[in-house]
Design a protein around this ligand. Sequence first.
Ligand SMILES: Cc1cc2nc3c(=O)[nH]c(=O)nc-3n(C[C@H](O)[C@H](O)[C@H](O)COP(=O)(O)OP(=O)(O)OC[C@H]3O[C@@H](n4cnc5c(N)ncnc54)[C@H](O)[C@@H]3O)c2cc1C
Length: 486
Amino acid sequence: MNRTGRDYLESIQDGRVIYIGSERVADQTTHPAFAACARTYAALYDLKANPANRDVLTYEEDGERYAIWYLKPRSAEDLKRRNRAHHRIARFCHGLMGRTPDAGGGNLTGLAMRPEAFDVGEGGNRDNLAAIWQHLREDDIFPTYAVVPPPGARNRDYYQSAGVKMPALRAVRETDRGVVVDGMKMLATGAVYAHEVLVGNIMPLAPDQKAESITCVIPLNLPGLTLFSRPPMNRPGDREFDAPLTHRYDESDCMLVFRDALVPWEKVIVHNNAPLSRSIYVETPAHVISNHQSTVRFREKLRFLLGVASLITRYTGARDIPAVRDTLARLAAMEAGYAAMVEAQVLAPETYQGGYVIYNRRYLYAALHWAMENHSAILDIMRELMGGGQFQFPATIAVADDPELKDMFDTYWTAGADKAIDRMKLFKLAWDVVGSEHASRATSYEKFFVGPAHAVRNYNFVNAPWDALHADVEALMASYGPGPSR
Ligand SMILES: Cc1cc2nc3c(=O)[nH]c(=O)nc-3n(C[C@H](O)[C@H](O)[C@H](O)COP(=O)(O)OP(=O)(O)OC[C@H]3O[C@@H](n4cnc5c(N)ncnc54)[C@H](O)[C@@H]3O)c2cc1C
């Protein structure tokens, strides 16, 4: 199946239970909070269905075509093809959406690339995973993931100083048809728009937390599942002009609450095995394949930020002042340096078991860490470049609806050759990436979407070649002694 945007919109009107506070959302494709972003996802499906993009966004196997994020890479060329597709999608949304279908698709494809990882101890089910992966690619499914247990469920040795009790998702009983689960899982970005969700544990559970280890891939309309949305940022009557990025790219984040929900056996991939529920992400290419997409996305975002920063200075008239040029040069160096970190992952691939290849892990984790550490600082530089620009314009472009007000607006807000409306358009857009509610949420996203900072640093620690590094230093030390110098 190769869904069009229209097919996609119909397919997500599936009766899932979404709440904004106490309001039940009847149809996310028409609700003012979600409709515009649903159209963005539909446009992504149309992009893929467009024959002109066939070779970039799909691949052929045994006479069938599938979305390329389901390609298991067996060569450097396969890695490049996946990378090109991530770029195309991230460019389409300027890197401002974390959960496009290629993100979750990569995660599940990575899991399916090493089925043996599911054979450690009891409770892993590689056959179910293989069938789920087939279904995802055949039915052109957009999967998202919620793989963080709430704080009370994490291994106390690593994550808690005192027991914070929260009802983490856990298996409560088994039936002939499946596992009944109850509790919460966080934080599913894109859950309002995706078809299915991978539920699991990217952070270690305590070994005795077997019931919490349940890992499954389920439709978002599973009976017993409720999606609690954070406050959406699009409100009735808002105009795209006043917050264009919010309008198009507010991808949603939901807490998932399961109350006595039956997960069919065939959807369960780990059960009653706490260490396995975490190890599947690092003992398979899942983490690497999916996070390469994250770094490509961030690269496109940096490119966009650099373009916005430069235009801001053009509109403030400060672009040619040496100190401002210097600031832009710094941003340009950061953007190019990050691009190199992403390219390097592709150009220095690693061979993997089973005849597969994966992106270079050291460069990948360095890039993830860099983005997490520098995103806020970059926005701060942009905020400085904007001065008070954002606050110098009328509240909304509705001002242009009234002839008298429009005349005042055009007269007093025009600056030289820059028309009032063009200046306002740019400053509204820039604020939406630097300072709006949407921008603020993105700032938290860039800090936490991979997990907390210490976890991201730990990936860098475990992948560093410590033995080789030590050996270099020790070889030098072995070349001299306490006697007279050579
Ligand atoms: C906007 C957004 C979208 C997200 N989307 C998704 C998604 O789609 N799917 C998904 O699975 N997850 C997603 N996440 C990530 C996730 O759900 C958590 O927010 C993230 O793992 C951090 O956990 P926490 O919020 O409980 O923070 P906590 O773990 O409570 O951490 C709070 C602070 O305490 C520090 N801290 C806690 N424990 C330690 C420790 N042992 N050592 C040092 N410092 C510590 C952390 O570094 C952090 O600064 C998203 C997060 C955000 C913000």
